[in-house]
Write a protein that binds this ligand. Structure first.
Ligand SMILES: [Zn+2]
Length: 97
């Protein structure tokens, strides 16, 4: 189950990785850009306003981009959420846009 065309809207935010909150407008997506207009991260929020999915376009470390992370609110033992990798090896979930 994806969240195509978020009914709560899409918001543009300028900042740095870490700027986006864990809570946002319900059923929305926030697109985070840096001052140079580069897309850094997209975050999806569910009906309760809790973040539940990230798509990372740029951050520190040696990673492939983009890649997705699923939020696990009931599992804070793993704050560094595992990167999403689909059944065909894809790094993003096509159900999210
Ligand atoms: Zn990441």
């Amino acid at each position: 189950m994806g969240m195509c065309k978020p009914s709560g809207g899409i918001f543009k935010v300028v900042g740095h990785v870490g700027t986006l909150d864990r809570f946002g407008t319900p059923n929305s997506r926030y697109d985070l850009y840096n001052e140079n207009g580069e897309l850094l991260q997209q975050r999806w929020y569910g009906p309760n306003g809790n973040a539940y999915w990230d798509r990372d376009w740029k951050h520190g470390g040696n990673h492939e981009f983009p890649h997705d992370h699923k939020w696990e609110w009931d599992n804070w033992e793993h704050p560094g959420r595992p990167a999403y990798k689909g059944p065909s090896g894809e790094l993003t979930n096509p159900n999210f846009e």
